[in-house]
Design a protein around this ligand. Structure first.
Ligand code: A3P
Length: 295
């Protein structure tokens, strides 16, 4: 565990034009050769789209609403992160291989970089998308406090880095479009962060049905409560308070920062917003996906 105590802002390395952490790229053949199993459930997200939130929801459903069982480990350790690599610790692939089935795994990889066996085995994919503007704001603050990712620079600089897809895991536009296009060809439950925020019970019910579970009203209500932003912010198993400060400095920005829809309005200037809208129109031309930008 010693290695976990030292963060270092190493430059990202590109695979097929997608910037990734160097240690992941060093381990790329193990990641690409990962053997998925037909009963795997893969949680897929672009970074800062509500990964931790949907992980906790999925775990609460699997544990039939028993929050004590969800306290068994920090959330990062409950669902192996397929592309994660920080030698000499076991990689995400090693952890997944050591896990009994049925497995719940997670990834931030785009459809282009996903290990092919996930498609071949027709696994279930649970994708959560978040509107690009709030995602950018959340990622900016995350990079300020996360010493493993590159320094984000100023907000103005970060705006350019983000829209050009030069952040870890690449372009938001390509990621979201790629997964949206897969939803009719594979078993993909495509959810939106904003919908979960607006109507958590309804969205949690969709997840439950997708997972083939049937929980009663009282359990569903409990899951809604236990996975609220306020609860998860106070929960040491989800709020990253156990991560060494050298890796995540929560005094710079909390991991559970705001958990809202529309925080972009506090960051984007009018000019940035206009520029962003123009870029968005071009990059998302021809797709039917629609995002909600405020509640
Ligand atoms: P903000 O930075 O906008 O607050 P990820 O888990 O993919 O890294 O995403 C982190 C983002 O999801 C953060 O957004 C975090 O606050 C938000 N989040 C985490 N749990 C949440 C919850 N229960 N409800 C709403 N937002 C949540």
């Amino acid at each position: 565990m010693m290695a976990e105590a030292t963060g270092s802002r190493k430059p990202l390395v590109e695979v097929a034009g997608v910037p990734l952490q160097a240690a992941m790229v060093d381990n790329w053949s193990q990641i690409q050769n990962f053997e998925a199993k037909p009963d795997d459930l893969l949680i897929c997200t672009y970074p800062k789209s509500g990964t931790t939130w949907i992980q906790e929801i999925v775990d609460m459903i699997q544990q039939d609403g028993d929050e004590v069982k969800c306290q068994r480990a920090i959330i990062q350790h409950r669902h192996p992160f397929i592309e994660w690599a920080r030698p000499p610790q076991p990689s995400g692939v090693d952890k997944a291989n050591a896990m009994p089935s049925p497995r719940t795994l997670r990834t931030h990889l785009s459809t282009v970089l996903l290990p092919p066996s996930f498609w071949e085995k027709h696994c279930k994919f649970l994708y959560v998308a978040r509107n690009a503007k709030d995602c950018m704001v959340s990622y900016y603050h995350f990079q300020r406090m996360n010493n493993v990712l590159p320094d984000p620079g100023t907000w103005e600089e970060y705006f350019e880095t983000f829209v050009n897809g030069k952040v870890a895991w690449g372009s938001w536009f390509d990621h979201v479009r790629g997964w949206w296009d897969m939803r009719d060809r594979y078993q993909v439950l495509f959810l939106f962060y904003e919908d979960i925020k607006r109507n958590p019970k309804q969205e949690i019910q969709k997840v439950m049905q997708f997972m083939g579970k049937n929980l009663g009203e009282a359990v569903l209500d409990k899951i809604v409560q236990e996975t609220s932003f306020e609860k998860m912010k106070e929960n040491p198993m989800t709020n990253r308070s156990t991560v060494p400060k050298s890796l995540m400095d929560l005094s710079i920005s909390s991991f559970m920062r705001k958990g809202t829809v529309g925080d972009w309005k506090n960051h984007f200037t009018v000019a940035q917003n206009e520029k962003f809208e123009e870029i968005y129109r071009k990059k998302m031309d021809g797709t039917s996906i629609r995002f909600c930008l405020e509640l």
